[in-house]
Design a binder for this molecule. Sequence first.
Ligand SMILES: [Zn+2]
Ligand SMILES: [Zn+2]
Length: 731
Amino acid sequence: MALYQKTLEQFESLLKCDIIDMKKLKILAFNGCPAENGIRSLTWKILLNYLVLDRTKWSSHLSKQRELYRGYIRETIIKPGLAPTTESDVLDHPLNSAPDSSWAVYFKENEVLLQIDKDVRRLCPDLSFFQRETDYACAEILNQEAGFESLRKRIVSTALKVESQSRSRLTGRLEFEYQNKASQSSTTFDDNEYQLLPDGHEAHWEVVERILFVFSKLNSGQSYVQGMNEIIGPIYYTFATDPNPEWREHAEADAFYCFTNLMIHIRDNFMKIYDHSEFGILVRMQRLLMLLKRTESDIYYLFEKQKIKPEFYAFRWLTLLLSQEFRLPDVLRIWDSLFADQERNFEFLLYICCAMIVLQKNRLLSGSESQNIKLLQGRQIIAKRNYQQGELIFEEQPLVLAQFEWNKLYKYSACEYCLYPLESCEQNVRRLCQDSSIVIPYPECDPNQTISQRVVRCPKCNEMYCSVGCYHQAMNSYHSTLCQSDETDSKVHLIRQIIDLWRSAHPPPETTSISLVLKLMAMLKQASRKRKLLLKTGNNGVQSENQRFYHKLLRKEFQSQVEQLRQALGNFNEQYIQIEEFRWFLTPDGFRQLLALLGRNQQGVGTSSLAVWVKNCENLSTAEQAVAGAAAAAASSDISQLIDAIYTKIDDISGEFIDCEGSGLFKLQSCLNHSCDANAEIQYRHNNSTLSVVATRSISSNECNRCVSEASELDETSEEDDDDDDEMDEN
Ligand SMILES: [Zn+2]
Ligand SMILES: [Zn+2]
């Protein structure tokens, strides 16, 4: 911390000088810019050659540049948006197909605009920032009269007419590549996404859209290419979250210039004609390969043998400056170093990419071609030591958990907080078999024999908990908001309405629960801002999973119920929660993302008194057998017959629904990949929502994928992540 404080002071004293020492600044920035006090925001403006080194000139320079940008807006958006009544228009008309016809230009621009629009709406979907309203909406545009065609109107009127062609090189080149952010724009066009803030208000993504549109018109040779949105996003974010309102106010213009300056250096990446130029992407990928050859020739030759070309993985890394490979806080940190790179040819980027490959060395060397390509493109958790088969790798509690609504309705009785079963084995079996005469032998094998006497109830609403501890945890985290204490309270009706709607839209077998959403909202309300990280528990692939998720949950026949559900949740938020960060999730677009987020990241949890009893009985019989020989063996076979009979009867009466079931969000678990050849599995060893990841075979150090890292170590880093998230949410 002392070191950090020192860095902070070094930056501050350097940035205070009348003439800023660029060399010193680059050295400092290379090791990371503090986000505090707007240091990063200011440093980037200098490193990207927007601010001159002479501080005394800043104020006149800035006001000149910002006025110039306003001029660009007038030229590129306002003028064309005003009703065209000049003389040349008499000769020109919308059906004029001459390429220099202003209408032809207009239509061409609309295609670009539509593409930008699609792309910016999907900026950092895990971060609510871009969906939020800016305090500095563009006055020039908002002050126009009613007939003026703003970009908004232009998009709405164009969207229905033009079938936009993909301009993407990224998607074009990487079409065989795994679903990823870069291919998001291939999702089909959907009117529901076009929910805007009311007139007079602008979201941050609309500002970004305007910057890109102005850029595309001023750089008509290059225009807009998909992926540029991912470059402008972090820059604008950094400037628009500057603690100083004066900088914040002009984030749009400042980001425009910094982006333009940055594009000078990386535009070759976006233009096919530059592929073979000195800094063209092919040349750079070749240099990455050479670097790899020098660093780890084993991997280099393996790639050669497996015909794994850098185009498969490094194209996106290099073009988008790793913005897609890391979470935003890490991207910002990496960009500190890239922008501070002395030569400005992004040499250091090649080193980072090379390190990303080398870090996977062991796994790559033992992987097949397809495994390796996947490995190079996905995020993994890597084992830091060896694990034996059956060894516990880590355990974790869910961030939030909820029992399935149908499961609960049918009186699968479990702790509201941790899903521990609240029936004895006998009660459990009697209910599942609908037969109250069943007697379960070996009561000593049932740890839950007296559980129903130990149940703790919420004194206000009677909700059941397995322990006082769970009750207090629930109260502190969400239940004091959600407690349905007063039957006459409209809140109680609203919650029930939401749950009823959910059940009607989501018949069993259930995959997730709307109570997760209610609990998340209540947690945000009740807890410190730390909890805001919950909003982003799933931080990647939200979009790419979207469609798959729709098939399951948001099928057409449920559309109206889901819409009702969204509105009811919106009411609930407005009346009882009032969490700003959640509002966007309750817009049509946001709600689908929220459901997709849950769908992707939730993990099913199952608990059962019967299962524990069965397991204990089996252990008992093996132990007895060992001691008493033949007689016990007979008894053991009796037990197995009994168990078989119980399961058969349950199957007849209740079918496959045996356990208390619910779903939860788990931070570490959500980082695991799934595999047909998994090296770990998830267990619920404590018969509650505590999740255990257990090695199913021996796992060697550095093995990744499909699990798993040393839990203690990850805990440390996840703490840091939390802090980052908090900082970002502050703004
Ligand atoms: Zn509990
Ligand atoms: Zn209660």
